[in-house]
Design a binder for this molecule. Structure first.
Ligand code: ADP
Ligand code: MG
Length: 590
């Protein structure tokens, strides 16, 4: 694309002043301004539509970011998230410009507390920066407001860029801190498996959030900083901060117990989010967990497509075969069972569960219930009878928040008790209690877990069932909040997929589904790959080609997701169907 000059832009805006709004379409293309290259990728159709999509590109000679923040991916992402947040915050100071509709609006989809690769601001190894944002081109009524557009594009935007995206806009220490902390977090997470851990919470971490809808750290003297119990204390090395000491949660089965309101769920939520890095000052910068840790919860009402939940749920009333379980309206227990089997399918290695969001009858069946309702009348094998097998036979760890059931003490490797927001070592005491107070219950494992899981071959989703069309439009995808994707004619409800942390991630997921369908699924049911192979395909494409394989190619509102969340979105697409397992492949359980 050839770049036109700033004067040419000025000429056009003067010429189209007062004309119909569509005249703005002439601005599409690339412009060389004094400091930056400006790309106008999409011009909105009218002043009330979603604002126009713009990009600015700044060479390294302009940004002058120091070489030490450019050396690794992690350092660059830490830095670019700082720049993006600064840009977005600065837009609030601009005041509203003149004009109708969304005139003068400037908006960047900046990352929140997490540091996740995204398309808002991208920093290249040569120090050049590309920033993407939306601008509402100014109008009076539905007419071009040329003078105002001139001011916006040639003064406001360059000024905003100068005040936020250049090294000179930040203190050198601040920039370096963002780069280094992000690198340290990656190194901490990468070191977990080697240290036999599934999670790490540094001493001094601040876990509670301001509210259920505000992810910023809770502040004030009431906040109790995290301190590891001595028995679980480990020290991990980081390249920048040196040795960091905190609580290491070992592989295996871990319980977080304690009284109500003593901080159990807050700890678990920090571990859920520990699959992502956090900005300096978040309080969770050094809280990291297994990158394949997946939150599992009950989600009644969700759809389930051909999932083999037989390891957890045997024959249902009416002779429903749970090796191939589908429903448009799952119950608490069946949804939780399906979530586990789906997580195993997408490659989870740690499961996180909170009693607050679990189905009680899925978690536990106590002695009295075993007597009252005999096993042959209860289809559920409770999780307490599978959690050890999951680790022993499949190497999958679990971290469970439980305040209400002591039956899990028999199966736990590690017990952490939360007491007044302080973590305490309770493993020995837990074992003692388990010895002295037998539950009297009998384990219910009709067949081994691995047999149950292999009773059905891997699912192969059918391309035809992933249909993005709506009416005359072949592709119609929209995202409402971070909780809902409208994919073609169907809504995908993501409100229970708790490890999706931003609208930009939901946006990327919606495009990820489309990529999965177009590139990695086959119209031929015999040739269609397994769900796990489809996830591999999408994640490889993202790793090799970058986030711009999604969407229009220049979108500024995409953030990277994990394979588990892509699977979660696909699994919640109501019309999803999978290829029949084939003759004789559905084996009778032994
Ligand atoms: P539980 O799951 O044990 O019932 P929660 O984790 O929901 O408890 O925490 C209860 C309340 O305490 C929440 O409002 C939470 O923000 C607050 N809280 C949790 N941890 C801390 C802490 N370390 N310091 C101060 N307040 C905390
Ligand atoms: Mg709780």
């Amino acid at each position: 694309m050839t770049e036109r000059s700033q004067d040419a832009l000025r000429d056009i805006l003067q010429r189209i002043d007062g004309r119909g709004y569509k005249a703005y379409k002439e601005l599409k293309g690339s412009w060389q301004l004094p400091l930056v290259a400006l790309h106008i990728d999409h011009v909105q159709g009218d002043p009330f539509a979603a604002p126009s999509r713009l990009r600015v590109h700044l060479p390294g000679s302009v940004t002058r970011l120091p070489p030490e923040v450019l050396t690794t991916n992690a350092r660059r992402w830490g830095t670019s998230c700082l720049l993006a947040r600064a840009f977005q915050e600065e837009t609030h100071t601009l005041g509203s410009g003149k004009g109708s509709g969304r005139s003068g609006e400037i908006r960047m989809e900046a990352p929140g507390q997490q540091v996740i690769p995204n398309t808002a601001v991208q920093l290249a190894p040569d120090g050049s920066v590309e920033a993407r944002f939306r601008v509402g081109l100014p109008a009076r009524g539905r007419r071009v407001l040329g003078q105002e557009a001139l001011r916006l594009l040639l003064e406001v935007v360059p000024d905003l860029v100068e005040r936020t995206l250049l090294a000179s806009a930040h203190s050198p220490e601040e920039v370096l801190r963002h780069a280094e902390m992000n690198e340290d977090a990656d190194v901490l997470r990468d070191g977990l498996a080697r240290a036999g851990l599934v999670a790490f919470v540094a001493n001094g971490a601040r876990l509670p959030r301001r509210s259920g809808v505000d992810d910023r750290p809770l502040e004030g003297s009431g906040v109790v900083p995290f301190q590891s119990p001595p028995e679980l204390e480990v020290t991990l090395e980081t390249p920048n901060a040196g040795p960091v000491t905190g609580m290491g949660i070992p592989q295996g089965v871990t319980l977080i117990v304690g009284g109500g309101y003593h901080g159990k769920s807050t700890l678990l939520r920090a571990l859920e989010r520990g699959v992502y890095n956090h900005r300096p000052g978040d309080g969770r910068e050094r809280v990291v967990s297994d990158p394949d840790a997946v939150k599992i919860r009950a989600e009644d009402g969700r759809p389930v497509t051909s999932v083999n939940i037989s390891p957890f749920i045997g024959r249902l009333p009416g002779g429903v075969d749970t090796r191939d379980f589908s429903t448009s309206n799952a119950s608490g227990s069946t949804s939780q069972a399906a979530a586990i089997v789906e997580a195993l399918e997408s490659g989870a290695t740690t499961l996180l569960m909170d009693e607050d969001t679990s189905a009680t009858n899925f978690m536990i069946r106590d002695r009295r219930m075993q007597i009252l309702v005999p096993g042959d009348r209860e289809p559920i094998t409770p999780f307490v009878d599978r959690v050890r097998e999951l680790h022993r036979d499949l190497g999958i760890s679990s971290i469970l928040v439980l305040g209400g059931s002591g039956d899990y003490l028999d199966v736990a490797d590690t017990v952490v008790a939360m007491n007044e927001y302080q973590a305490e070592w309770a493993t020995d005491r837990g074992k003692e209690v388990a010895r002295n107070h037998p539950t009297g219950r009998t384990a219910e494992t009709p067949t081994p877990l691995t047999d149950g899981l292999s009773a059905r071959p891997a699912r192969r989703p059918l391309q035809t069932s992933v249909d993005p069309s709506r009416g005359k439009r072949p592709v119609r995808i929209r995202v409402r909040g971070e909780d809902q994707i409208q994919f073609g004619r169907h809504d995908i409800d993501l409100s229970a997929v708790e490890q999706i942390v931003s609208w930009a991630q939901a946006r990327a997921l919606s495009e990820g589904l489309l990529l999965a369908r177009d590139r990695f699924m086959s119209p031929n049911p015999q040739a269609t790959p397994t769900l796990s192979q489809i996830l591999d395909g999408v994640m490889e494409a993202l790793a090799e080609e970058g986030l711009d394989v999604l969407g229009h190619g220049h979108d500024g509102d995409l953030a990277l997701f994990r394979r588990h969340e892509l699977a979660a979105a696909l699994n919640r697409l109501r019309p999803l169907t999978v290829a029949p397992p084939g003759e004789g492949l559905l084996q009778e359980p032994r």
